[in-house]
Design a protein around this ligand. Structure first.
Ligand code: GLY
Ligand code: MN
Ligand code: MN
Length: 439
């Protein structure tokens, strides 16, 4: 706790500095950040699980309390208006008292609609940052998520503070424990549903606590990129296992994928080869490198794997140019990671929000930034047998595919290997490997 307390002090100092900077530029008195409100399910009296605004949890690790507000002008100690109703139906959270509380003036709000009593009076000089524009309207805010402020905050979100890096390391450490338990469950014959339960139990987080819906896929299901169904039935034959599963620490996300073969066969060799590609790409990461270039380099590696594993014939250049590598590796190399799994700011070129889109040939790439120290990214190359994509290839492209190998590998689905890395000035820190998920 001590280390976090120390790092948090510098974190909040930096957030206050950013607020002072952008408010001065935009002639604002300050910003008011809303944690959010519960969302009611249609025709029901139940709410969806509460998901706090990412801009709010970038300030402090309150993840489960709607109707909270941070009021910051960058100069004074920020105020936290903490929602604490009188309620005998639901659990009422305790008034926070922990490593970060000394950095806020904490005021208690018992009724959400009394918030106006706690907010500054000259509302038109303040910017509302949050989801509920109707609420902001009623409260009298005229600046609601103003572009200049949002662009500035999103751009700087990529530049993680030391506190944030430590939270991301701890999220990785937690997720790794789950991954090791899940791997064990796979080799011991568990179903997808059972593996998911093992994972969650091991990390001590529920389905609504983890940063995204885990992908736990056996056999051919691993070729469905966003597979989140969980089969209760065990497959007759156990071939492969892909798990893309994260964990949360103080609102920061881990996002890790591993793929396993049940036996030491050609699919296993392909995992070993893709693992080497992934490590080679990570080795190239350093300040000044364009993430897009790493993505394109990965396509060249994938082209070579297609040749080496007799999935296609031809030169690597042809396989990339004809879109064949994209049929086997259809998603982006990765993305920025932080309080959101796909952290904001991946396309932001500067603090004014100049947008650099993904290249036309790679529309699903989520990051086009130039790497810099203290950025955190995932690196997640993949190779899959996805029939719908192979069928869409041109007749000439189809001719260079070795359909016999495609048929052989189809039941195994696909492979993705995903690590979370910190770019430092002089080295890359692969949190996932360094904390013990070595293969
Ligand atoms: N788990 C989501 C992703 O890898 O981007
Ligand atoms: Mn993932
Ligand atoms: Mn990812």
């Amino acid at each position: 706790m001590d280390q976090l307390a120390h790092l948090y002090h510098a974190h909040i100092t930096e957030l206050n500095r950013r607020v002072a900077d952008i408010c001065q530029r935009e002639n604002l008195a300050g910003i008011v950040i809303h944690s959010g409100q519960p969302h009611r399910q249609f025709l029901d009296d139940l709410n969806y699980p509460f998901k706090v605004s990412p801009q709010f949890k970038a300030w402090l690790p309150i993840l489960d309390t709607p109707n909270c507000w941070v009021i910051a002008n960058g100069q004074d100690k920020p105020t936290l208006v903490f929602y604490r109703p009188v309620d005998f139906w639901h659990k009422v959270n305790d008034v926070p008292q922990t490593f970060w509380t000394e950095h806020f003036n904490i005021q208690l709000l018992t009724k959400p609609d009394r918030i106006a009593d706690y907010l500054p009076k000259n509302m038109t000089a303040w910017a509302y940052i949050g989801e509920h524009l109707d609420v902001a309207d009623v409260l009298g805010f005229t600046a609601r998520n103003p572009d200049a402020v949002m662009n500035y905050l999103h751009y700087h979100r990529a530049d993680k503070t030391q506190y944030e890096l430590e939270c991301l390391r701890r999220a990785n450490q937690i997720a790794i424990k789950g991954h090791l338990a899940a791997k064990n469950a796979f080799y011991n014959g568990a179903s997808e549903f059972e593996i998911q339960q093992c994972y969650l139990l091991e990390i001590g987080q529920g389905e609504n606590d983890v940063p995204y819906g885990n992908i736990v896929a056996l056999n051919q299901n691993s070729a469905i990129l966003h597979y989140t169904a969980l089969e209760h039935t065990k497959p007759e034959q156990r071939l492969s296992f892909l798990i893309d599963a994260g964990a949360n620490f103080h609102g920061y996300a881990a996002d890790i994928t591993r793929t396993y073969a049940f036996e030491k066969n050609r699919f296993y060799q392909l995992i070993v080869a893709l693992n080497k590609v992934q490590l080679a790409i990570i080795e190239q990461m350093k300040p000044g490198v364009k993430y897009v270039d790493l993505h394109i380099a990965t396509h060249e590696h994938i082209g070579q794997l297609l040749v080496d594993f007799e999935l296609a014939t031809g030169t690597v250049e042809q396989l990339v140019a004809q879109g064949i590598t994209s049929a086997f590796f259809p998603h982006g190399l990765g993305h920025m990671l932080g309080v959101q799994v796909h952290d904001m700011g991946g396309y932001a070129h500067d603090e004014r929000g100049t947008h650099i889109a993904a290249p036309d040939a790679h529309p699903f790439l989520r990051c086009t930034r130039v790497l810099a120290a203290n950025q955190v990214l995932t690196v997640e190359p993949g190779i899959y047998i996805i029939d719908t994509l192979l069928e869409q290839l041109s007749p000439s492209a189809k001719q260079v595919i070795n359909w016999k190998t495609v048929d052989e590998l189809r039941p195994f689905g696909g492979i993705r290997i995903e690590d979370n890395v910190i770019v430092h000035q002089n080295r890359v820190e692969n949190m996932t490997r360094e904390f013990g998920l070595v293969d």
